[in-house]
Every structure is written in structure tokens, then in C-alpha cells.
Design a protein around this ligand. Structure first.
Ligand SMILES: NC(=O)c1ccc[n+]([C@@H]2O[C@H](COP(=O)([O-])OP(=O)(O)OC[C@H]3O[C@@H](n4cnc5c(N)ncnc54)[C@H](OP(=O)(O)O)[C@@H]3O)[C@@H](O)[C@H]2O)c1
Length: 346
């Protein structure tokens, strides 16, 4: 039989099978099976969308006073700028005293004065460089916080790559700083603060994650890995601390305007720190966007994006990985061109 005739006969057979479908008990079962899978998928997608809508509209989060009374203390790392500064301002505005921790003493003191004047709460400052991972810095921090009733910890300090860079070309110091600040810093500060929380049987630990850690992110591999580490650590820790009435939450974010993101203009997808932190403190425990326990994507456009990608594409899918790679390759090209222009000016 010629190939064209073979093709036509095969086509006839398929069409006849489809026309007569279902033509056996087996076909009938297949049909019911497919229909059932379809119904279950649509039902679960609809249920998860309705859940997302309810967390973004009617379901508020826990109030901060669930975790400690006004007048107790909040420790905020990376507190002198960006999201950390907003956490400090908004938590102090709710009547909590604040311990502000970051690198630059002058910035911390200016913020401490602003806070105590505006909100009439007590403040303490600790200037330390988390990149150094220095035992004596952690000893100074322990001295400051050990006798305080700390009810809230915001593990906010974080560092990303200066510009997107292939792992093979990543500077060793940048690599070490990211791990020291994002991982060691978060673990060491938390281990200073939790014994008191466990004794008092109450507390809240918010840790800043990132979409860069939620999705494997090529050209930010070290940052991506450090934030994924925090994701697992925070969720596991949350389960250990739940019997002590201590809540941990990993806070996920796409871009926010700040020195780190190098984005100045806010938009629907890129909020400013004030609006991002307002959403975070207004949705503690709501588990927006995320299907993972102990995780919250507080800002509404980020939550919708998180939900849509997890539901339709998959966080670890090749499609998500390739799109993310293309995005960061593009950012790297633009950053290198900018560097070149700046070098020529000098
Ligand atoms: N911005 C975003 O688009 C975005 C997106 C997702 C997740 N995040 C996460 O959100 C967190 C805050 O980011 P951000 O954008 O607000 O950052 P930012 O504006 O760059 O502020 C960083 C803060 O951390 C302090 N800091 C930096 N390096 C430090 C070090 N080695 N030791 C001690 N303090 C240090 C800075 O203090 P000094 O000023 O004294 O140096 C500053 O107060 C990070 O964990 C980040 O990964 C941000």
C-alpha cells in the first residue's frame, strides 16, 4: 500500500473509532474516568481560586497583639532602610518597642529618634555587619535582647547579587556574604530570640523569603538557594515551635521598590515598602497565594501571580525555569551595558 493510501486508511479507522465511541465497556470506563478527572481538576482549581479570593478580601490576618502585648518588644534586622525600616515604623505605630539592627549606626539612630518621637515607644539599636558572621557581634546583640520581652522577630536582613551573574562567574566574597547574611544571620538571630519566646509561650517570627527562592532562579543561583533554604527552615521551625504558641511565617515577595531591587517607581506589580509591609502585617496567617503551610504572599498582585504560576505552570516546571532565565539574562545584559556607559563617563 502506498504511504498516502495507508495514511487515508488510518485516518478512516480513527474517525470511525471516534464516531462509534464508546464502543465497548472498556471505552465507557475510560470515558467516565476522564470525566471524573476533569470534574475533580475543575473543582480543586475553583476551590483554590475561591480560597485565594477569600484571603485577599474577607479573611484578615492575626493582630500583632495575639503574639504579645503592646509595650513588649519587636526585633527587626536590616531595619535602617527599605522593608525593614517600614516594618520598624509600622510595628512601633501599633505600640511595640523596637530593637533596630543593621550595619550603619547613624541611620539606626536617626530612625530610632523618629520612632520614639512619633510613636512614644522605647527603642534600642545594634549596629553590626551580618556579612562578618562575628561571634562578638552576636554576643552584643544577645546582651541587648536577653532581658527584653521580645514577642516579634522580623528576619528581614538580606542580600542578593549585585547584578544577575552565572554561578561559575560569581565572586567568592559575594557568595560568602549572601550565605552569611541570609542564612547564618537569620538562624543566629532566631536562636538568640526563641528561648525567651518559648518560656513565655508566645511569639511571632516573620522571615523575608522571595520569589527568587520560591522559583529556582538562574543567574541568581546563590541568592535563590539561600531563600529556598529559609523557606524549608522556617516551615520546619514553625512545626517545632507551634506547641509553644509561637508562629513562624515565611513572607514571599516579587519585586518591591528599594535599594536592593534598584527599582524606584512603584506599579501594580511592584509596590513600595510601605504598602508591602501594610499587606504583610494585615495578613499574618492568611496564607495568601501560597499552598504551603507557614507561607504567605501578602501583596495582592504577588499573591495572584504566585497562585496562577503554581496552579497552571508549576513552580519547578521547565517553562517557569526558562522564562525566569530569559528574564535574568536580559537584566544582566542591561546591567552590563549600564556599567560600560558609566565606565566610559569616568
Ligand atoms: N526589594 C525587593 O524587591 C525584594 C524582593 C523579595 C525579597 N526581598 C527581601 O526583603 C528583604 C529586605 O530587602 P530590601 O529590598 O528592603 O533591602 P534594602 O532596601 O537594600 O535594605 C537592606 C537593609 O539591610 C541592611 N543591611 C544590608 N546589609 C547588611 C549587613 N551586611 N549587615 C547588617 N545590615 C545590613 C541595610 O542596612 P545599611 O543601610 O546600614 O547597610 C538596610 O537596612 C531582604 O531579605 C530581601 O531579600 C526584597
Amino acid at each position: 500500500m502506498a504511504p498516502v493510501e495507508l495514511h487515508a486508511s488510518l485516518q478512516d479507522q480513527v474517525l470511525s473509532y471516534i464516531r462509534n465511541f464508546p464502543n465497548s465497556a472498556c471505552d465507557q470506563s475510560l470515558l467516565y474516568g476522564l470525566a471524573l478527572v476533569g470534574v475533580v481538576s475543575v473543582f480543586s482549581l475553583t476551590a483554590s481560586f475561591l480560597r485565594l479570593l477569600s484571603t485577599l478580601t474577607v479573611c484578615g490576618g492575626y493582630k500583632l497583639t495575639k503574639f504579645g502585648p503592646k509595650g513588649s518588644w519587636a526585633v527587626i534586622t536590616g531595619a535602617s532602610d527599605g522593608l525593614g525600616k517600614e516594618f520598624a515604623l509600622q510595628i512601633a505605630a501599633k505600640g511595640f518597642n523596637v530593637v533596630l539592627v543593621s550595619r550603619t549606626a547613624s541611620k539606626l539612630q536617626a530612625l530610632a529618634s523618629e520612632i520614639s518621637e512619633k510613636y512614644k515607644v522605647e527603642t534600642r539599636t545594634v549596629a553590626m555587619d551580618f556579612a562578618k558572621n562575628d561571634d562578638s557581634d552576636y554576643a552584643r546583640l544577645a546582651q541587648e535582647v536577653n532581658n527584653l520581652d521580645v514577642s516579634i522577630l522580623v528576619n528581614n536582613v538580606g542580600k542578593s547579587h549585585d547584578i544577575p551573574v552565572p554561578f561559575a562567574e560569581t565572586d567568592l566574597n559575594e557568595m560568602k556574604d549572601i550565605i552569611n547574611i541570609n542564612c547564618h544571620g537569620t538562624l543566629r538571630v532566631t536562636s538568640l530570640v526563641i528561648p525567651g519566646m518559648m518560656e513565655r509561650k508566645r511569639g511571632l517570627i516573620l522571615t523575608m523569603g522571595s520569589f527568587g527562592g520560591l522559583f529556582p532562579t538562574p543567574l541568581l543561583a546563590t541568592y535563590s538557594g539561600s531563600k529556598a533554604f529559609l523557606q524549608q527552615w522556617s516551615t520546619a521551625l514553625g512545626s517545632e515551635l507551634a506547641p509553644y504558641n509561637i508562629k513562624t511565617e515565611l513572607v514571599l515577595s516579587y519585586l518591591v521598590t528599594s535599594a536592593m531591587s534598584k527599582i524606584r517607581k512603584s506599579s501594580a506589580l511592584i509596590p513600595n515598602p510601605k504598602n508591602f509591609v501594610k499587606s504583610t502585617l494585615g495578613s499574618i496567617g492568611a496564607q495568601r497565594g501560597a499552598k504551603r503551610a507557614g507561607t504567605n504572599t501578602p501583596y495582592w498582585t504577588h499573591a495572584v501571580m504566585h497562585w496562577a504560576i503554581e496552579s497552571f505552570v508549576g513552580i519547578y516546571s521547565g517553562v517557569a525555569l526558562n522564562v525566569n532565565k530569559g528574564f535574568h539574562v536580559d537584566i544582566r545584559k542591561r546591567a552590563l551595558r549600564k556599567r560600560e556607559r558609566e565606565a566610559k563617563k569616568q
